[in-house]
Design a protein around this ligand. Structure first.
Ligand code: GUN
Length: 295
């Protein structure tokens, strides 16, 4: 029997703490941490994400701005908007929701965000600091995974972590965070990806398996060993005629069967997902405190 890792619960604890801290800081400084979420175009999933981020901001007492831009926005226009928010003292965090329309170079946009306001942790300076083990803004999903492992007291030292997926948002940063010579990390890390002739060869060796691919039910029971800790980052829509919406959301892991072998496992939804927003708020508060010179 496995223990279910309840990301919703952990995220709600974090949000409560942030709310309390924001209240104290408001009394102390008369100011609120501020986050702007920039949405370019009409990607429906992105709209939902941006609205959830803004709602979460308001709930913990932060200042929240949503900047909506047309689908045909030029790179130059977006760069101009970022420059304005870089200079805006009411804004501590700038988030440009990805993906962007194809006429815009994502790397250029990420690099235009001031590293002091890079609450997504996507800027090459943030990422470089992460790799060399320096204090920085950690990307929110990997940061959330680290917090879940800590909350459930899952030991990572000397454990074999197998990460499936090599994205800049999850796979690469989580692998680099877990390999650091630090408490809560110090793991032996393998990154496994589409070029692997046999993914199961690697996943079967995992003490901790992190699946971040975006392929529904890719990880099956026969691909893991007994007692494995499973962290499922996938968010995939699959057809479901029993649901009014006509679909349901599942992860990269065949949850029902894999949970019989796992010691711990994250569900989808309700596992890693809620942590991403909680860590975005955490980063925004950190940025605010850095600006105000508060420890
Ligand atoms: N698109 C998918 N995930 C993310 C995220 O964490 N941040 C941003 N900015 N865009 C995303």
């Amino acid at each position: 029997m496995s223990q279910i890792i309840d990301g919703k619960l952990v995220a709600s604890h974090i949000r409560k703490e942030l709310k309390n801290e924001a209240e104290s800081l408001l009394k102390l400084t008369g100011k609120k941490p501020g986050l702007v979420a920039i949405l370019v175009g009409d990607n429906s999933a992105s709209k939902i994400y941006v609205n959830s981020k803004s709602k979460a901001c308001n709930e913990v007492g932060f200042h929240s701005v949503i900047k909506i831009m047309e689908n045909d926005t030029t790179e130059e226009d977006l760069l101009k908007v970022i420059k304005e928010f870089n200079a805006d003292d009411d804004i501590d965090g700038i988030l440009v929701q990805l993906p962007l329309p194809e006429q815009i170079d994502e790397d250029k946009i990420i690099e235009a965000i001031s590293p002091e306001k890079d609450v997504d942790g996507f800027h090459p300076i943030s990422f470089g600091n992460l790799v060399i083990g320096k204090e920085t803004f950690y990307p929110c999903t990997p940061f959330g995974i680290m917090e879940l492992l800590k909350y459930y007291k899952i030991d990572t030292k000397g454990k074999h972590v197998v990460v499936v997926g090599r994205s800049n948002i999850v796979g690469k940063p989580i692998a680099n965070m877990l390999v650091q010579k630090k408490d809560g990390a110090n793991a032996i890390v393998t990154i496994c990806h589409t070029a692997a002739p046999d993914i199961a060869f690697y996943t079967k060796q995992a003490d901790i398996l992190i699946a971040a691919v975006g392929k529904a039910n890719l990880i099956t029971k026969d691909m893991v060993k007994d007692g494995v800790v499973v962290i499922d980052v996938g968010i995939n829509r699959i057809e479901d005629s029993n649901s009014a919406k006509g679909y349901k959301v599942v992860g990269d892991v065949d949850f029902e069967n894999v949970k019989e072998k796992a010691s711990f496992i994250t569900p989808v939804p309700g596992g890693v997902g809620p942590m991403t927003i909680a860590m975005l708020l955490t980063n925004t508060l950190k940025s605010f405190k850095q600006k105000m010179n508060i420890k």
